[in-house]
Design a protein around this ligand. Structure first.
Ligand code: ZN
Length: 108
């Protein structure tokens, strides 16, 4: 049996009792080219499905190259183990922004 401890509050997670959550964060520079590639070609809905698959393949291959060489490019992939309490906290406030002050992401 594997033992985990919460990367947030350091409490051991007893997987018999607690739910063990895995948090994966990927940080990488946004590349607009990827969105442009392929989606402007004419085609019906079938094309879209193809593109989705294409996109997935591309993403998968991107992952590989990221692991190999992309890390120096500002790309990072992180993995954390979280207990249920910390997971709830994280979901509510993923970036740890102090509550009480709303960020104006929206243009309402
Ligand atoms: Zn925790």
């Amino acid at each position: 049996m594997r033992h985990y401890s919460c990367d947030c509050c350091r409490r051991p997670i007893d997987t018999q009792i607690d739910v063990h959550h895995v948090l994966k964060i990927e940080v990488f520079p946004a590349v607009d080219d990827i969105a442009d590639h392929g989606c402007c070609e004419a085609g019906g809905s079938q094309e879209d499905a193809d593109h989705l698959e294409e996109m997935q393949d591309m993403l998968e291959s991107l992952d590989d190259s990221d692991l190999a060489s992309g890390l120096g490019d500002g790309a990072r992939s992180m993995r954390f183990d979280l207990c249920d309490a910390c997971r709830q906290r994280f979901v509510k406030n993923p970036l740890g922004v102090k509550s009480g002050k709303q960020l104006d992401f929206s243009n309402n």
